[in-house]
Design a protein around this ligand. Structure first.
Ligand SMILES: *[C@@H]1O[C@H](CO)[C@@H](O)[C@H](O)[C@H]1NC(C)=O
Ligand SMILES: *[C@@H]1O[C@H](CO)[C@@H](O)[C@H](O)[C@H]1NC(C)=O
Ligand SMILES: *[C@@H]1O[C@H](CO)[C@@H](O)[C@H](O)[C@H]1NC(C)=O
Length: 590
């Protein structure tokens, strides 16, 4: 084969590889995770925030309470494969909500690990969320230089994904350190896998606990796909951290075991791969060593993580927003571009985190409510990619924190100053920008039916998710026309929920009997969920009547149904002022 032929072939296969990577980018789930230390939060609690931004493929919408359980000696814990859509799993081993109904058959496990004698109760969705001891996690998928496949798939050898690891941590641990050591050692022993593409083949969690500690955990497969490499870094109490689909642990002081934890094989694996020179290097940079250089095949991807990190840090720290460069991106080769964590100017409140989760870069040069792509009514939603079956154009849109495919989001609060049962996950359905967050408590035993509708393929008026999803979609008919009404409704509902929450917690804290406190919290949260769902459907009906057919209708009197027209900048941009086209109206001659 001639060398030109060979290099042509090489070029073609590189292009195909790039095309495959680009195509896969459109289907992967991508999430943003934020952590806030106890001295950086408004009330001394450690807070986590997460947006769940599922991609193609449906998600099981249920927020499920897995009860605490006792297990006879010699029990095995089934480990299930990753599955999109409803039902996430069918298994009697995870309590009543997941137990088989009617025609359902139990999910086939990938394998088993030994069970412990007692497992804790926790809130579960695709990942564990918070357990009865206030251990909480927030997740973000990361690029990694290694990939692995699950057992049973093309010679795959790995048993555990991050979903199952996080759930096992919820079942067995009270603290972030316990969770990190447990998840890490299980990954090393049984193998860890994520997506089979490097862009998504690693995982990160932020963990918070009732010792008021905040930790970041990273895990990726070993190069042979049979084990795992992991590391963790404690976040300073007065700092906040953000993960936006890339590892954030950078320089590690391997002697500082109060701050850094890692697998025994970490340095050896890096040295064996030629990614690290143990003899010549004093320090170890986790992201530079194990992160995947996304920028190599697509310049846009270099900004996919960096832009959101820049935005979160800019929103909490004014000096940072003036000095940081939003254009460098965050990649293994531009590692130092963004810090691991940053101190906020002011203590971060719940409202502050909800606003960050709802962000579309409003007011910045990347503002998605502006420009031709936002249409005449400032719609910040950008569907991804190009039409299937057509040539992919180079380029992209900004990736906001609140994205059109956002399925749910939450903010958790864990604190040593609270009874464990009162730890709280503020849970918001559908895209954060249109969401209202309700408290779900660590010792609450169930949620009402409105939070247990599982299907995205079937509309239901009995579902909170569908109420919020409907309003978010209806807004797209005229986003900024409806924005004021929706923002007012959100603010009013959230304020009411805060005040009810305070009352519920005040009562629950005074009750000496744990089970009674749990009953009060369960009833209080359930009532909030049911009332919010009713009020959001009622908002949707008001919006339907008020904003149909491009008109705004506010009553039956004259002048109460009026057209809004289009803004002039948009009319000019779409050729309105160039009408009529061609040589002018035809002259009809007899
Ligand atoms: C952080 O908060 C704790 C109490 O919540 C306090 O004891 C400690 O001194 C604070 N640390 C700093 C650096 O402010
Ligand atoms: C770690 O500690 C050992 C012995 O205390 C010392 O020789 C070594 O230089 C230290 N390494 C780093 C990276 O600080
Ligand atoms: C290891 O050291 C060699 C020789 O100094 C250098 O060429 C190489 O780039 C280094 N590798 C890494 C991963 O730093």
């Amino acid at each position: 084969m001639s060398s030109t032929k060979a290099s042509e072939l090489m070029a073609v296969s590189l292009l195909l590889l790039a095309a495959a990577l680009l195509a896969s980018r459109e289907v992967s789930a991508k999430c943003t995770a934020i952590g806030v230390g106890r001295n950086a939060s408004f009330d001394g609690s450690v807070m986590l925030a997460h947006t769940d931004d599922a991609g193609d493929g449906t998600s099981d919408l249920r927020l499920v309470r897995v009860p605490s359980m006792d297990w006879p000696e010699g029990s095995k814990r089934p480990v299930y494969p990753v599955r999109n859509g409803y039902p996430r799993i069918v298994s009697a081993s995870r309590g009543g909500e997941y137990a088989p109904r009617k025609n359902q058959v139990e999910t086939e496990p990938l394998g088993f690990i030994p069970q412990v004698s007692h497992t804790y109760a926790y809130w579960d969705q695709d990942y564990g969320l918070m357990n009865e001891h206030q251990l909480a996690v927030a997740e973000s998928t990361c690029g990694a230089r290694t990939v692995a496949k699950p057992l049973g798939q093309d010679g795959g050898q790995a048993l555990l994904d991050i979903g199952e690891l996080s759930k096992i941590a919820m079942e067995r641990c009270k603290t972030a350190r316990c969770a990190i050591h447990l998840m890490g050692s299980l990954g090393v022993e049984h193998g860890f896998y994520a997506e089979a593409i490097r862009e998504d083949s690693g995982e990160a969690l932020i963990l918070a606990d009732a010792l008021d500690e905040l930790w970041v955990f990273h895990i990726l497969p070993t190069p042979d796909g049979s084990s795992a490499v992991w590391a963790a870094q404690r976040v300073r109490d007065d700092h906040a951290v953000v993960i936006a689909n890339d590892f954030v642990i950078q320089e590690m002081d391997l002697n500082d075991t109060d701050t850094f934890l890692f697998s025994d094989n970490m340095v050896d694996v890096a040295v064996a791969q030629g990614w690290h020179n143990s003899t010549t290097e004093e320090t170890f940079n986790f992201f530079a060593t194990f992160g995947f250089e996304k920028k190599k095949y697509d310049p846009v991807m270099g900004l996919y993580s960096g832009r959101r990190m820049w935005r979160v840090f800019s929103l909490i720290n004014a000096e940072y927003s003036e000095t940081a460069d939003p254009y460098v991106g965050f990649t293994p080769s531009t590692c130092e571009s963004y810090p691991f964590s940053l101190a906020p100017d002011e203590a971060i409140s719940l409202e502050g985190l909800f606003a960050i989760l709802s962000d579309h870069y409003e007011g910045t040069e990347f503002d998605l409510t502006r420009g031709l792509a936002a249409g005449p009514f400032g719609n910040p939603n950008r569907f991804e990619g190009h039409q299937k079956g057509t040539k992919r154009l180079p380029g992209g849109f900004e990736r906001p924190i609140s994205i059109y495919r956002g399925t749910f989001s939450f903010v958790t609060q864990s604190s040593s100053s609270l009874p464990d049962g009162v730890g709280v996950a503020w849970y918001g359905q559908d895209q954060p920008a249109g969401s209202v967050w309700v408290p779900v408590y660590a010792s609450q035993t169930k949620v009402p039916a409105e939070f247990l509708w599982g299907k995205q393929s079937e509309f239901s008026r009995a579902s909170t998710w569908w109420a919020f999803n409907f309003v978010n979609n209806w807004m797209q008919l005229g986003y900024n026309k409806m924005l004021g009404d929706v923002q007012d409704a959100r603010a009013k509902a959230q304020a009411e929920i805060f005040s009810v929450h305070e009352k519920i917690v005040a009562v629950a804290k005074r009750v000496p009997v744990k089970s009674l406190a749990s009953y009060i919290l369960t009833r209080g949260s359930s009532k909030i969920i049911t009332e919010l769902t009713v009020s959001w459907w009622s908002l949707s009906e008001k919006l339907i009547a008020k904003f149909s057919n491009g008109l705004i209708t506010t009553g039956e009197e004259p002048g109460m149904r009026v057209g809004q027209g289009y803004p002039n900048w948009w009319l000019k941009a779409v050729g309105y002022t160039a009408w009529p086209p061609g040589p002018g109206p035809a002259v009809v001659t007899a």
